[in-house]
Design a protein around this ligand. Structure first.
Ligand SMILES: CC(C)(COP(=O)(O)OP(=O)(O)OC[C@H]1O[C@@H](n2cnc3c(N)ncnc32)[C@H](O)[C@@H]1OP(=O)(O)O)[C@@H](O)C(=O)NCCC(=O)NCCS
Length: 184
């Protein structure tokens, strides 16, 4: 359903499937408490990260599957983060994006650039009608990415989830295919 040719190229980035030799840098990212602070999971062990690499998919085969790509700046051989496009519903043509960057590589617009490419793949190649972005309400850096992409804030769900020992609130951003077309 969606099998991009790799690497997917943007102005400054290459987006490509995880490689086995990404394990050190991916573990460095996913084991940091500050990175996972507003994610659902706890810092990951190296073994768990190896499993993540083994089980990740770089194509969307149908509803419920997701495309996860490493973000690698052009001219470098090392990934600095990752971006995901989830295919939630074929009937409703709904998807969702997510992104994570190594703290040393934040502040350059890489998450925005990579996520914009996932919107393009989702709308132009997968034919999605709506793509959402969901985040913990205190995750202002994530909200800023979604706003830079032109996504609209649709909902603020107050204390709708019990995560990491506390009630957390959720923001839902989204963009429709018509809005994507009008941005281009
Ligand atoms: C969410 C996350 C990826 C955002 O990272 P980020 O580096 O702030 O986002 P971008 O890569 O889009 O960079 C934007 C920053 O680069 C700056 N920038 C520099 N050059 C830029 C360019 N060419 N284009 C856009 N922004 C640019 C922007 O001004 C902005 O800086 P600011 O925060 O000081 O305003 C990062 O905070 C993260 O990994 N968090 C932990 C994981 C997480 O919570 N993920 C989201 C789950 S919902």
């Amino acid at each position: 359903m969606l099998r991009p040719e790799f690497p997917v190229e943007t102005e400054r980035l290459l987006l490509r499937p995880y490689r086995e030799d990404d394990v050190d840098v991916l573990h460095d990212i996913q084991s940091r408490p500050e990175v996972v602070r507003y994610l659902y999971w706890e810092p990951r062990t190296r073994e768990r990260v190896e499993q993540v690499i083994r089980e990740s998919s770089a194509e969307i085969e149908g509803e419920g599957s997701e495309l996860t790509l490493a973000i690698q700046p052009r001219g470098s051989d090392t990934m600095v983060g990752d971006v995901v496009l989830m295919y939630h519903s074929e009937a409703h043509r709904q998807g969702e994006i997510g992104f994570v960057l190594h703290p040393d590589h934040q502040g350059h617009g890489y998450a925005t650039e990579a996520a914009r490419e996932m919107l393009r793949l989702g709308f132009d190649q997968l034919g999605l009608h709506r793509i959402a972005g969901r985040l913990e309400a205190r995750n202002s850096a994530s909200a800023a990415v979604l706003e830079r992409l032109g996504m609209r804030l649709e909902a603020h769900l107050h204390e709708n989830e019990w995560v990491k020992g506390e009630w957390q609130s959720e923001l839902v951003y989204a963009m429709l295919a018509t809005e994507w077309a009008s941005l281009r």
